[in-house]
Design a protein around this ligand. Structure first.
Ligand code: FPP
Ligand code: ZN
Length: 351
């Protein structure tokens, strides 16, 4: 197939592609078994941006929602402790030892964030969430320097989880578990000599982590804490990531996902219009599999749900026909965000 023919959105194939992941996890993704919620997020949000949520039968929507609520970790029954509250990525590690209840269940910030995104895309009313417990779960993961760990069970802490914690707090409309001041300080310390933003202070600037940092500043209304020099430097660093598509850092190959990570960052800074849309669009389409659906990171390589969703989200940012609008900060559709706004109004009227 020549390139021109391939520059049409294979809408029907992408819908079938995502539906396959919702029905069965292929053996090639078995290593992602413990993070199934993220795969469900890419698939459900992918169908959402394609305007095709109704392709998921009501029965399957109900089963996905019920599955997510079963992954919600509730307060400890004996002492009421809420520090482990959040969503698990799957039930794979719920092994029972001698007791009925095992002590190894704990939430993970990326699973809680992506789980909430799925519930919103499916129009759930979030009534089965223990919102206070989820917020206590977020609070337990913030470090003294303002950064967040992913989970209580001991693991890495970096900018990705600052972002997930900010999204959860925004979605639940409760910032009592998120210290905005220390998180903002941490982000500002992670700005590099080149004005890009890294996972942690002193590390290399990266498009993915710059997105996480900027989205957090936007969700917490702290963008005004950046100086004019920092904003102009950041715009410059981000704009220089465009080759045809976008790369994540200097001297690295372009990759479909950065059309979203870098594109959304520029959109938040009101500078996406300074990029070359046709070149960006053309690169993303080079990574489309127009036969079985999906996008890959590079042309002629294997597709995966993450690059498929982020490729579509990146195209949506530049106004591709046939795609719903994306809210760049939360990485969900405007449709799902509108549903969230009605829930916030309902909660406000109840309190
Ligand atoms: C919410 C959440 C979890 C957000 C994640 C944002 C983020 C950090 C995205 C970057 C992911 C990525 C492609 C890493 C690859 O590093 P690499 O060194 O293989 O890639 P590179 O060569 O393109 O730099
Ligand atoms: Zn990628």
């Amino acid at each position: 197939m020549n390139n021109e023919e391939n520059k049409i959105l294979s809408h029907r194939q992408h819908v079938k592609y995502f539906m396959r992941f919702l029905n069965v996890l292929p053996s090639s993704l078995s290593s992602h078994d413990t993070t199934r919620v993220t795969i469900a997020y890419f698939s459900v949000s992918g169908l959402d941006v394609l305007g095709s949520i109704s392709s998921i039968s009501i029965d399957l929507q109900t089963r996905i929602i019920d599955w997510l609520y079963r992954l919600q970790v509730h307060p400890n029954k004996e002492n009421g402790d809420m520090s482990a509250c959040g969503f698990q990525g799957s039930s794979t590690v719920n092994i029972r030892f001698n007791t009925e209840e095992n002590n190894y269940r704990c939430g993970h910030l990326a699973m809680t964030y992506t789980g909430l995104c799925i519930l919103l895309a499916l129009g759930d009313d979030l009534s089965r969430l223990n919102r206070k417990a989820l917020i206590e779960g977020v609070k337990a993961l913030q470090t003294e320097e303002g950064n967040f760990s992913a989970t209580l069970s001991g693991c890495e802490s970096d900018m990705r989880f600052v972002y997930c914690a900010a999204c959860i707090s925004y979605m639940l409309n409760d910032w009592s578990g998120f210290n905005i001041k220390t998180a903002t300080d941490y982000i500002i310390k992670s700005i590099g000599y080149d004005y890009g933003i890294a996972q942690c202070p002193e590390l290399e600037s990266h498009g993915g982590t710059t997105f996480c940092a900027l989205a957090t500043l936007s969700l917490t209304n702290q963008l005004d804490k950046l100086t004019v020099d920092q904003i102009e430097g950041l715009k410059r660093w981000l704009l220089y990531r465009q080759i045809d598509g976008f790369q994540g850092r200097p001297n690295k190959p372009v990759d479909t996902c950065y059309s979203f990570w870098v594109g959304a960052s520029l959109k938040m800074l009101d500078a996406l219009h300074l990029t070359n849309y046709p070149n960006n669009r053309s690169y993303v389409y080079e990574t489309q599999d127009s036969v079985v659906g999906g996008f890959s990171k590079w042309p002629d390589t294997c597709t995966d749900p993450m690059h498929t969703y982020l490729g579509l989200a990146g195209l949506s940012l530049i106004g591709e026909n046939g795609l719903l609008d994306i809210v760049p900060t939360l990485n969900i559709t405007k449709r799902a965000h509108d549903h969230l706004k009605t829930l916030h109004e309902k909660w406000a009227s109840e309190s």
